[in-house]
Design a protein around this ligand. Sequence first.
Ligand code: P1T
Length: 396
Amino acid sequence: MIDPRETRPGTRVVHAGQRPEPTTGAVMPPIFLSSTYAQDSPGVHKGFDYTRAQNPTRYALERMIALLEGSTISEETDPSCGGFAFSSGMAATSLILDLLDQGSRVVTGDDLYGGTHRLFKQVRERSQGLQTIPVDLTDTKNFEDAMTSDTAMVWLETPTNPLLKVIDLEAIVRIAKAKNPNTIVVCDNTFATPLNQRPLLLGCDIVMHSATKYLNGHSDCVAGLLATSDPELADRIRFIQKSAGPVLSPFDSYMVLRGVKTLDVRMQRHNESGLSIARWLESRSDMERVVHPGLLSHPQHEIAKKQMTGFGGMITIFVEGGIDRARTMLERVKVFALAESLGGVESLIEHPAIMTHASVPPDQRAELGISDSLIRLSVGIEDPADLIADLEQALA
Ligand code: P1T
Protein backbone atom coordinates (compact mmCIF):
# COMPACT_ATOMS: atom_id res chain seq x y z
CA MET A 1 0.00 0.00 0.00
CA ILE A 2 1.37 3.43 -0.91
CA ASP A 3 1.89 5.85 1.99
CA PRO A 4 -1.07 8.26 1.66
CA ARG A 5 1.16 11.11 2.84
CA GLU A 6 3.05 10.76 -0.45
CA THR A 7 -0.11 11.16 -2.55
CA ARG A 8 -2.11 14.13 -3.78
CA PRO A 9 -5.52 15.04 -2.32
CA GLY A 10 -7.49 13.36 -5.15
CA THR A 11 -5.77 10.05 -4.40
CA ARG A 12 -5.87 10.50 -0.66
CA VAL A 13 -9.67 10.83 -0.51
CA VAL A 14 -9.99 7.42 -2.15
CA HIS A 15 -7.38 5.47 -0.20
CA ALA A 16 -6.20 7.21 2.98
CA GLY A 17 -6.61 5.25 6.20
CA GLN A 18 -7.80 2.10 4.44
CA ARG A 19 -6.28 -1.15 3.26
CA PRO A 20 -7.85 -4.36 1.94
CA GLU A 21 -9.39 -6.28 4.84
CA PRO A 22 -6.86 -9.01 5.79
CA THR A 23 -9.12 -12.11 5.97
CA THR A 24 -11.05 -11.62 2.70
CA GLY A 25 -9.26 -8.90 0.76
CA ALA A 26 -12.48 -6.81 0.72
CA VAL A 27 -11.54 -3.49 -0.87
CA MET A 28 -14.13 -1.44 1.01
CA PRO A 29 -13.74 -1.42 4.81
CA PRO A 30 -16.34 -3.82 6.24
CA ILE A 31 -18.91 -2.39 8.66
CA PHE A 32 -17.84 -3.97 11.95
CA LEU A 33 -21.05 -3.82 13.97
CA SER A 34 -19.89 -5.88 16.94
CA SER A 35 -20.07 -3.93 20.19
CA THR A 36 -17.47 -6.16 21.87
CA TYR A 37 -14.47 -8.35 20.99
CA ALA A 38 -13.32 -11.75 22.30
CA GLN A 39 -10.17 -11.68 24.44
CA ASP A 40 -7.55 -14.46 24.68
CA SER A 41 -6.99 -13.86 28.38
CA PRO A 42 -8.32 -11.04 30.60
CA GLY A 43 -6.94 -7.83 29.11
CA VAL A 44 -5.15 -9.67 26.28
CA HIS A 45 -6.76 -8.80 22.94
CA LYS A 46 -6.07 -7.66 19.39
CA GLY A 47 -6.22 -3.95 20.17
CA PHE A 48 -10.01 -3.89 20.37
CA ASP A 49 -12.02 -4.47 23.55
CA TYR A 50 -15.26 -2.45 23.21
CA THR A 51 -16.61 -0.41 20.29
CA ARG A 52 -17.04 2.84 22.23
CA ALA A 53 -13.25 2.78 22.65
CA GLN A 54 -12.13 1.23 19.35
CA ASN A 55 -13.87 0.14 16.15
CA PRO A 56 -12.12 -0.83 12.91
CA THR A 57 -14.61 0.94 10.61
CA ARG A 58 -14.46 4.11 12.70
CA TYR A 59 -10.66 3.90 12.83
CA ALA A 60 -10.57 3.84 9.00
CA LEU A 61 -12.59 7.07 8.84
CA GLU A 62 -10.60 8.64 11.67
CA ARG A 63 -7.34 7.93 9.86
CA MET A 64 -8.89 9.31 6.67
CA ILE A 65 -9.67 12.74 8.17
CA ALA A 66 -6.30 12.86 9.95
CA LEU A 67 -4.43 12.16 6.70
CA LEU A 68 -6.59 14.54 4.65
CA GLU A 69 -5.94 17.34 7.12
CA GLY A 70 -2.19 16.61 7.07
CA SER A 71 -1.77 15.24 10.61
CA THR A 72 1.80 14.09 11.16
CA ILE A 73 0.92 11.45 13.80
CA SER A 74 1.84 7.96 12.61
CA GLU A 75 -0.37 4.89 12.88
CA GLU A 76 2.36 3.22 14.97
CA THR A 77 1.98 5.97 17.60
CA ASP A 78 -1.80 6.27 17.38
CA PRO A 79 -4.13 3.78 15.60
CA SER A 80 -6.28 6.64 14.27
CA CYS A 81 -3.35 8.99 13.44
CA GLY A 82 -4.87 11.86 15.44
CA GLY A 83 -8.32 11.64 13.80
CA PHE A 84 -11.60 11.18 15.74
CA ALA A 85 -15.22 10.60 14.71
CA PHE A 86 -18.37 11.65 16.61
CA SER A 87 -22.11 11.31 16.34
CA SER A 88 -22.52 14.89 15.04
CA GLY A 89 -20.56 18.06 14.45
CA MET A 90 -21.98 19.40 17.71
CA ALA A 91 -20.79 16.28 19.56
CA ALA A 92 -17.28 16.93 18.20
CA THR A 93 -17.47 20.57 19.33
CA SER A 94 -18.77 19.55 22.73
CA LEU A 95 -15.86 17.15 23.12
CA ILE A 96 -13.35 19.91 22.35
CA LEU A 97 -14.90 22.05 25.09
CA ASP A 98 -14.38 19.13 27.49
CA LEU A 99 -10.64 19.73 27.08
CA LEU A 100 -11.13 22.98 29.02
CA ASP A 101 -11.25 23.47 32.77
CA GLN A 102 -14.16 25.04 34.59
CA GLY A 103 -14.30 28.83 34.03
CA SER A 104 -11.92 28.88 31.05
CA ARG A 105 -11.71 31.94 28.81
CA VAL A 106 -12.36 31.34 25.10
CA VAL A 107 -12.05 33.90 22.32
CA THR A 108 -14.38 33.02 19.45
CA GLY A 109 -15.17 34.42 16.05
CA ASP A 110 -18.28 36.61 16.12
CA ASP A 111 -19.96 34.77 13.26
CA LEU A 112 -20.49 31.09 14.10
CA TYR A 113 -23.05 28.41 13.20
CA GLY A 114 -26.12 29.08 15.38
CA GLY A 115 -25.87 25.71 17.10
CA THR A 116 -22.24 26.37 18.08
CA HIS A 117 -23.24 29.75 19.50
CA ARG A 118 -26.07 28.03 21.45
CA LEU A 119 -23.75 25.37 22.89
CA PHE A 120 -21.20 27.98 24.02
CA LYS A 121 -23.68 30.50 25.41
CA GLN A 122 -26.71 28.52 26.57
CA VAL A 123 -25.10 25.28 27.73
CA ARG A 124 -21.41 25.65 28.56
CA GLU A 125 -21.60 29.07 30.20
CA ARG A 126 -23.96 27.48 32.73
CA SER A 127 -22.48 23.99 33.07
CA GLN A 128 -18.79 24.86 32.78
CA GLY A 129 -18.63 28.56 33.62
CA LEU A 130 -17.08 29.13 30.21
CA GLN A 131 -16.38 32.77 29.39
CA THR A 132 -16.73 33.30 25.66
CA ILE A 133 -15.57 36.53 24.06
CA PRO A 134 -16.87 36.97 20.49
CA VAL A 135 -14.60 39.03 18.25
CA ASP A 136 -14.65 40.05 14.58
CA LEU A 137 -11.46 38.21 13.64
CA THR A 138 -11.24 39.70 10.15
CA ASP A 139 -9.37 42.57 11.81
CA THR A 140 -6.39 41.05 13.62
CA LYS A 141 -6.15 44.21 15.75
CA ASN A 142 -9.45 43.22 17.40
CA PHE A 143 -7.96 39.82 18.14
CA GLU A 144 -4.76 41.29 19.57
CA ASP A 145 -6.87 43.31 22.00
CA ALA A 146 -9.05 40.35 23.03
CA MET A 147 -6.37 37.67 23.25
CA THR A 148 -4.85 37.40 26.75
CA SER A 149 -2.24 35.19 28.41
CA ASP A 150 -5.05 33.35 30.25
CA THR A 151 -7.10 32.59 27.12
CA ALA A 152 -7.29 28.80 27.02
CA MET A 153 -8.82 28.43 23.57
CA VAL A 154 -9.44 30.30 20.34
CA TRP A 155 -12.42 29.01 18.34
CA LEU A 156 -13.11 30.13 14.81
CA GLU A 157 -14.74 29.22 11.54
CA THR A 158 -13.35 30.30 8.18
CA PRO A 159 -15.19 30.91 5.91
CA THR A 160 -17.80 31.71 8.55
CA ASN A 161 -21.42 30.60 8.65
CA PRO A 162 -23.39 32.45 7.25
CA LEU A 163 -21.49 35.69 6.49
CA LEU A 164 -18.54 33.95 4.76
CA LYS A 165 -15.94 36.10 6.48
CA VAL A 166 -12.43 34.81 5.81
CA ILE A 167 -10.00 34.79 8.75
CA ASP A 168 -6.22 34.87 8.31
CA LEU A 169 -5.30 31.63 10.10
CA GLU A 170 -1.53 32.17 10.14
CA ALA A 171 -1.96 35.63 11.69
CA ILE A 172 -4.42 34.38 14.33
CA VAL A 173 -2.11 31.51 15.31
CA ARG A 174 0.90 33.82 15.51
CA ILE A 175 -0.86 36.34 17.77
CA ALA A 176 -2.51 33.64 19.91
CA LYS A 177 0.69 31.71 20.58
CA ALA A 178 2.68 34.88 21.30
CA LYS A 179 0.21 35.74 24.09
CA ASN A 180 -0.18 32.17 25.37
CA PRO A 181 1.90 29.33 23.86
CA ASN A 182 -0.47 26.80 25.49
CA THR A 183 -3.69 28.18 24.06
CA ILE A 184 -5.52 25.71 21.81
CA VAL A 185 -6.47 27.15 18.41
CA VAL A 186 -9.41 25.33 16.86
CA CYS A 187 -10.64 25.85 13.30
CA ASP A 188 -14.07 24.65 12.21
CA ASN A 189 -13.16 23.75 8.62
CA THR A 190 -16.65 22.62 7.58
CA PHE A 191 -17.20 25.24 4.85
CA ALA A 192 -13.75 24.87 3.24
CA THR A 193 -13.09 21.10 3.59
CA PRO A 194 -9.48 19.80 3.62
CA LEU A 195 -9.54 19.99 -0.18
CA ASN A 196 -9.71 23.80 -0.10
CA GLN A 197 -7.90 24.60 3.17
CA ARG A 198 -5.72 22.74 5.69
CA PRO A 199 -5.61 24.62 9.01
CA LEU A 200 -3.19 22.21 10.75
CA LEU A 201 -0.55 23.15 8.19
CA LEU A 202 -1.11 26.82 9.07
CA GLY A 203 -0.47 26.17 12.78
CA CYS A 204 -3.94 25.42 14.18
CA ASP A 205 -3.99 22.76 16.91
CA ILE A 206 -7.31 21.09 16.11
CA VAL A 207 -9.49 20.99 13.00
CA MET A 208 -13.18 20.30 13.47
CA HIS A 209 -15.76 19.27 10.84
CA SER A 210 -19.45 18.83 10.62
CA ALA A 211 -18.96 15.81 8.32
CA THR A 212 -22.72 15.98 7.78
CA LYS A 213 -21.84 18.54 5.10
CA TYR A 214 -19.27 18.29 2.29
CA LEU A 215 -17.31 15.32 3.65
CA ASN A 216 -20.26 12.93 3.59
CA GLY A 217 -21.74 15.01 0.81
CA HIS A 218 -25.04 13.19 0.28
CA SER A 219 -27.28 14.59 3.04
CA ASP A 220 -27.93 11.13 4.45
CA CYS A 221 -25.90 11.05 7.65
CA VAL A 222 -25.01 13.29 10.62
CA ALA A 223 -21.38 13.12 11.78
CA GLY A 224 -18.53 15.13 13.29
CA LEU A 225 -14.77 14.77 12.89
CA LEU A 226 -11.63 16.12 14.55
CA ALA A 227 -7.98 16.01 13.55
CA THR A 228 -4.80 17.06 15.33
CA SER A 229 -1.06 16.71 14.80
CA ASP A 230 -0.32 17.03 18.51
CA PRO A 231 0.14 13.59 20.14
CA GLU A 232 -0.64 14.92 23.61
CA LEU A 233 -3.90 16.51 22.47
CA ALA A 234 -4.74 13.29 20.60
CA ASP A 235 -4.32 11.31 23.84
CA ARG A 236 -6.56 13.71 25.73
CA ILE A 237 -9.23 13.66 23.01
CA ARG A 238 -9.16 9.85 22.88
CA PHE A 239 -9.56 9.67 26.65
CA ILE A 240 -12.63 11.95 26.58
CA GLN A 241 -14.05 10.23 23.49
CA LYS A 242 -13.96 6.93 25.37
CA SER A 243 -15.14 8.46 28.66
CA ALA A 244 -18.03 10.59 27.38
CA GLY A 245 -18.88 8.23 24.50
CA PRO A 246 -20.35 10.44 21.72
CA VAL A 247 -18.85 8.17 19.04
CA LEU A 248 -19.94 7.77 15.43
CA SER A 249 -21.65 4.44 14.73
CA PRO A 250 -19.87 1.90 12.49
CA PHE A 251 -22.59 2.27 9.86
CA ASP A 252 -22.32 6.06 9.71
CA SER A 253 -18.51 5.78 9.71
CA TYR A 254 -18.89 3.70 6.57
CA MET A 255 -21.30 6.23 5.05
CA VAL A 256 -18.85 9.09 5.49
CA LEU A 257 -15.93 6.99 4.19
CA ARG A 258 -18.00 6.15 1.11
CA GLY A 259 -18.99 9.78 0.59
CA VAL A 260 -15.51 11.18 1.06
CA LYS A 261 -14.13 9.11 -1.84
CA THR A 262 -15.71 11.56 -4.29
CA LEU A 263 -14.81 14.67 -2.30
CA ASP A 264 -12.18 15.85 -4.76
CA VAL A 265 -14.43 15.63 -7.82
CA ARG A 266 -17.37 17.08 -5.93
CA MET A 267 -15.35 20.02 -4.60
CA GLN A 268 -14.09 20.83 -8.10
CA ARG A 269 -17.71 21.20 -9.20
CA HIS A 270 -18.80 23.05 -6.02
CA ASN A 271 -15.87 25.45 -6.43
CA GLU A 272 -16.57 26.12 -10.13
CA SER A 273 -20.34 26.42 -9.87
CA GLY A 274 -20.14 28.42 -6.63
CA LEU A 275 -17.95 31.05 -8.24
CA SER A 276 -19.85 31.24 -11.52
CA ILE A 277 -23.24 31.54 -9.79
CA ALA A 278 -21.85 34.15 -7.39
CA ARG A 279 -20.60 36.17 -10.38
CA TRP A 280 -23.99 35.85 -12.08
CA LEU A 281 -25.81 37.00 -8.94
CA GLU A 282 -23.40 39.92 -8.51
CA SER A 283 -24.10 41.08 -12.06
CA ARG A 284 -27.84 41.49 -11.27
CA SER A 285 -29.20 44.86 -10.28
CA ASP A 286 -31.55 43.51 -7.57
CA MET A 287 -28.85 42.32 -5.16
CA GLU A 288 -27.79 44.58 -2.31
CA ARG A 289 -24.68 42.46 -1.85
CA VAL A 290 -23.32 39.08 -2.90
CA VAL A 291 -20.68 37.39 -0.74
CA HIS A 292 -18.39 34.60 -1.93
CA PRO A 293 -14.68 34.31 -1.06
CA GLY A 294 -13.78 33.94 -4.75
CA LEU A 295 -15.30 37.28 -5.79
CA LEU A 296 -12.88 40.20 -6.23
CA SER A 297 -15.35 42.26 -4.19
CA HIS A 298 -14.97 40.00 -1.13
CA PRO A 299 -13.22 42.09 1.55
CA GLN A 300 -10.82 39.24 2.40
CA HIS A 301 -10.38 37.88 -1.13
CA GLU A 302 -6.58 38.22 -0.90
CA ILE A 303 -6.46 36.17 2.32
CA ALA A 304 -8.74 33.58 0.75
CA LYS A 305 -6.33 33.34 -2.20
CA LYS A 306 -3.40 32.94 0.19
CA GLN A 307 -4.81 30.16 2.36
CA MET A 308 -7.41 28.40 0.19
CA THR A 309 -7.02 26.41 -3.02
CA GLY A 310 -10.71 26.78 -3.94
CA PHE A 311 -13.52 28.94 -2.60
CA GLY A 312 -16.34 26.43 -2.15
CA GLY A 313 -20.02 26.35 -3.02
CA MET A 314 -21.46 28.60 -0.31
CA ILE A 315 -22.90 31.98 -1.34
CA THR A 316 -24.57 34.58 0.85
CA ILE A 317 -26.82 37.19 -0.76
CA PHE A 318 -28.70 40.22 0.48
CA VAL A 319 -31.74 40.70 -1.77
CA GLU A 320 -33.41 44.03 -2.35
CA GLY A 321 -36.95 44.12 -0.98
CA GLY A 322 -36.37 42.73 2.53
CA ILE A 323 -38.20 39.82 4.11
CA ASP A 324 -41.13 39.79 1.66
CA ARG A 325 -38.92 39.41 -1.40
CA ALA A 326 -36.68 36.90 0.42
CA ARG A 327 -39.70 34.81 1.42
CA THR A 328 -41.12 34.87 -2.12
CA MET A 329 -37.80 33.74 -3.57
CA LEU A 330 -37.46 30.94 -1.02
CA GLU A 331 -41.00 29.70 -1.74
CA ARG A 332 -40.50 29.76 -5.51
CA VAL A 333 -37.29 27.78 -6.00
CA LYS A 334 -37.75 24.40 -7.72
CA VAL A 335 -34.26 22.91 -8.11
CA PHE A 336 -32.84 24.39 -4.91
CA ALA A 337 -34.54 22.86 -1.85
CA LEU A 338 -35.53 25.18 0.99
CA ALA A 339 -33.77 23.39 3.84
CA GLU A 340 -31.19 23.74 6.58
CA SER A 341 -27.75 22.18 6.11
CA LEU A 342 -25.27 22.49 3.24
CA GLY A 343 -22.50 20.76 1.36
CA GLY A 344 -24.57 18.00 -0.25
CA VAL A 345 -24.72 17.09 -3.93
CA GLU A 346 -28.12 18.81 -4.12
CA SER A 347 -28.46 22.58 -3.95
CA LEU A 348 -30.02 24.01 -0.79
CA ILE A 349 -31.20 27.48 0.09
CA GLU A 350 -32.19 28.88 3.47
CA HIS A 351 -32.95 31.94 5.59
CA PRO A 352 -30.43 32.02 8.50
CA ALA A 353 -32.34 34.58 10.64
CA ILE A 354 -35.40 32.29 10.77
CA MET A 355 -33.70 28.91 10.34
CA THR A 356 -30.07 28.00 11.14
CA HIS A 357 -29.20 31.07 13.23
CA ALA A 358 -32.49 31.65 15.07
CA SER A 359 -30.70 30.84 18.35
CA VAL A 360 -28.39 33.85 17.94
CA PRO A 361 -30.14 36.71 19.87
CA PRO A 362 -31.82 39.26 17.52
CA ASP A 363 -29.67 42.20 18.71
CA GLN A 364 -26.50 40.22 18.00
CA ARG A 365 -27.81 39.15 14.60
CA ALA A 366 -28.55 42.80 13.83
CA GLU A 367 -25.07 43.86 14.94
CA LEU A 368 -23.48 41.18 12.77
CA GLY A 369 -25.62 41.95 9.76
CA ILE A 370 -27.61 38.69 9.64
CA SER A 371 -30.65 40.58 8.39
CA ASP A 372 -34.03 39.50 7.05
CA SER A 373 -32.84 40.05 3.48
CA LEU A 374 -29.93 37.61 3.93
CA ILE A 375 -30.28 34.30 2.09
CA ARG A 376 -27.70 31.51 2.15
CA LEU A 377 -27.16 29.22 -0.84
CA SER A 378 -25.33 25.90 -0.87
CA VAL A 379 -24.58 25.28 -4.53
CA GLY A 380 -24.73 21.58 -5.35
CA ILE A 381 -23.26 19.61 -8.24
CA GLU A 382 -26.26 19.87 -10.60
CA ASP A 383 -25.75 21.51 -14.00
CA PRO A 384 -25.09 25.16 -13.11
CA ALA A 385 -27.27 26.37 -16.01
CA ASP A 386 -30.30 24.74 -14.36
CA LEU A 387 -29.39 26.34 -11.05
CA ILE A 388 -29.12 29.79 -12.62
CA ALA A 389 -32.44 29.31 -14.45
CA ASP A 390 -34.05 28.30 -11.15
CA LEU A 391 -32.73 31.37 -9.32
CA GLU A 392 -33.73 33.61 -12.22
CA GLN A 393 -37.37 32.44 -12.16
CA ALA A 394 -37.49 32.60 -8.34
CA LEU A 395 -36.24 36.21 -8.39
CA ALA A 396 -38.41 37.33 -11.33
O1 P1T B 1 -25.16 19.54 12.36
P1 P1T B 1 -23.89 19.01 12.94
O2 P1T B 1 -23.29 17.89 12.17
O3 P1T B 1 -24.01 18.72 14.41
O4 P1T B 1 -22.79 20.19 12.79
C1 P1T B 1 -22.90 21.43 13.41
C2 P1T B 1 -22.17 22.47 12.60
C3 P1T B 1 -20.89 22.85 12.99
N1 P1T B 1 -20.17 23.76 12.30
C4 P1T B 1 -20.68 24.36 11.20
C5 P1T B 1 -19.87 25.37 10.47
C6 P1T B 1 -21.96 24.02 10.74
O5 P1T B 1 -22.42 24.62 9.65
C7 P1T B 1 -22.73 23.06 11.46
C8 P1T B 1 -24.11 22.69 11.07
N2 P1T B 1 -24.71 23.65 10.22
C9 P1T B 1 -25.98 23.57 9.71
C10 P1T B 1 -26.84 22.58 9.97
C11 P1T B 1 -26.36 24.70 8.83
O6 P1T B 1 -27.33 24.60 8.07
O7 P1T B 1 -25.66 25.72 8.85
